[in-house]
Design a protein around this ligand. Structure first.
Ligand code: NAD
Length: 496
């Protein structure tokens, strides 16, 4: 069998029976016996039937995680032993990357080649990063204080809950759960209903790697039922939510009622600031790639393009050419650059935004609209849109979450900085210029969790990635400090 046949066969086998919840190391039916279907965004066809959990299932998952925290040796084993298991897990992710990329492509619609090149290996690498970091983190830290012997102890928190969106299901799972597991916590995951398959596969891989049963639990189902029950559960010790600011607020309120700390990674309206000394061709190519990555369903990508007025015409012409030349197609077709959106709901949202933007007076350099892909009639495809004009336009202000860029011009540095910082979001922006001093000066004045220079969408392990204001709070992910977020600190003092 060649690789393609292997991939198809492995996926068909994986989805051949209904998916249950993963609780306490077993695959169990939902308490109410309810199910829901997962669709292939590239065709609209049903690819899998999943268990629709409810509050009783969340209760069972939290109890299993609590029991595993107390009775398995996960929380108490030496960090080095946990690190060995997490390295094994990372290796298993790599060994199964073809199937995982196939799952992500079928579930999200994203180009399989992109999932194979980025989502899966980057997630695997994150497990290695936190495994090594936890192995090199001191469990006891002395305080130098007069008259006392004093130190702090790092302990795992207990049960950590995770709620994920649908755009990068496996990558975000890897980024978020790896520090929690490395610190010795047990977890309950609620994936997005649209894209739950890779989380279920992950739970099986974790146990295959040697993670004790009950440490990783997955409850699939709707946000309003499973998400609400998990966020409001008094048995969790921490929660991490990735998703929209609207739902993030509801989740944080539910956590606050139980005084449970919540980490929120929310939406964005990222800007790219292009000064007049950039290579217009390179910048236009890179930003066209950024706004169409994952069909534009990327929280941190650049969707507001702030271009110096002297290069605007040349830049718009080049960017429009790049974007309109993108190959729109099925995620499983290896020549596809722009796959479908995740759902019909998302497609209607994106098309609606483009129409509203035009009706508010935006110039349409590329008008966008629905796209057809031959033999894939039921898919949720859209064409990329390049709009531009006044900064108060809806597409300059609100998160669209599709392949839609909005161009604005500026005259000088101060105006550019003001424009970037006028957004209530604060996730990630980029500065493009040949002048490194200017790049650094501007990058540091942007109000957001991340500033990038002459590139967009950079996620090196060891650099904290997170948002401020409407884009989140609670410390971010991917950095060394993220591991510390998953330890409960205890201070001990002895007068001497
Ligand atoms: P969403 O907020 O609608 O849903 C996210 C998750 O919350 C899903 O699992 C959903 O089922 C669940 N949920 C829904 N209602 C709930 C409730 N009442 N209580 C508890 N959980 C509930 O977001 P989405 O549409 O899945 O994803 C898109 C959003 O995610 C965008 O705003 C995007 O910018 C953001 N996002 C942010 C990051 C980041 O790192 N900052 C990464 C990816 C996506």
């Amino acid at each position: 069998m060649n690789t393609v046949d292997n991939r198809t066969f492995a996926f068909a086998e994986f989805v051949s029976s209904p998916f249950n919840l993963h609780i306490d190391g077993a695959q169990v039916r939902a308490n109410g016996g309810n199910t829901f279907e997962s669709l292939d965004p590239g065709t609209g066809a049903v690819i899998a039937t999943l268990a629709a959990g409810d509050a009783a299932d969340v209760d069972a998952a939290v109890s299993a995680a609590r029991k595993a925290f107390i009775t398995s040796n996960w929380a108490t084993m030496p960090a080095a032993d946990r690190a060995v298991i997490l390295h094994r897990l990372a290796d298993l992710i790599d060994q199964n990357s073809a199937l995982l990329a196939e799952i992500e492509s079928k579930d999200v619609g994203k180009p399989r080649a992109q999932a194979a090149a980025f989502d899966i290996p980057h997630a695997a690498q994150t497990f290695r990063y936190y495994a090594d970091l936890s192995n090199n983190t001191r469990s006891r830290e002395p305080f130098a204080v007069k008259g006392n012997e004093a130190w702090s102890v790092r302990q795992p928190y207990g049960v950590c809950a995770f709620i994920f969106p649908w755009n990068f299901p496996f990558l975000l799972l890897g980024w978020n759960v790896s520090p929690a597991l490395a610190a010795g916590n047990t977890i309950v995951i609620k994936p997005a209903a649209e894209t739950s398959l890779s989380a279920l596969y992950f739970a099986r891989l974790a146990e295959q790697a040697g993670v004790p049963k009950g440490v990783v639990n997955v409850v699939t189902g709707s946000g309003t039922v499973v998400g609400t029950a998990l966020a409001g559960h008094s048995g969790i010790n921490r929660l991490s939510f990735t998703g929209s600011p609207e739902v993030g607020r509801v989740v944080a309120e539910a956590c606050a009622r139980n005084l449970v700390p919540a980490k929120l990674e929310l939406g964005g309206k990222g800007a790219a600031v292009l000064f007049d000394d950039v290579s217009v061709d390179n910048a236009a190519e890179a930003l066209a790639g950024a706004v169409t990555l994952n069909a534009g369903q990327v929280c941190c990508t650049a969707t507001r393009w702030l271009v110096h007025e002297t290069i605007a015409d040349a830049f718009i012409a080049k960017a429009a050419k790049s974007m309109s030349g993108m190959k729109i197609g099925y995620g499983g077709d290896d020549t596809t650059q722009l796959g479908p959106l995740v759902s019909d709901k998302q497609r209607r949202r994106v098309l609606g935004y483009v129409e509203r933007s035009k009706s508010e007076g935006a110039e349409a350099y590329l008008p966008g609209g629905a796209a057809e892909v031959s033999d894939r009639e039921g898919g949720f495809y859209v064409k990329p849109a390049l709009l531009g004009g006044a900064p108060d336009n809806v597409c300059a202000r609100e998160e669209v979450f599709g392949p839609v860029a909005y161009v604005m011009t500026f005259r000088d540095e101060d105006e550019a900085i003001k424009l970037v910082n006028s957004s209530p979001y604060g996730l990630a922006n980029s500065v493009w210029t040949a002048d490194t001093r200017r790049a650094k000066r501007v990058a540091e004045q942007l109000v957001a969790g991340n500033s990038w220079i002459n590139a967009h969408n950079l996620f090196p392990h060891g650099v904290t990635y997170g948002g401020v204001n409407l884009s989140g709070c609670g410390g971010g992910i991917l950095g060394p400090d993220t591991l510390d977020d998953y330890y409960r600190k205890l201070s001990v003092v002895r007068p001497i």
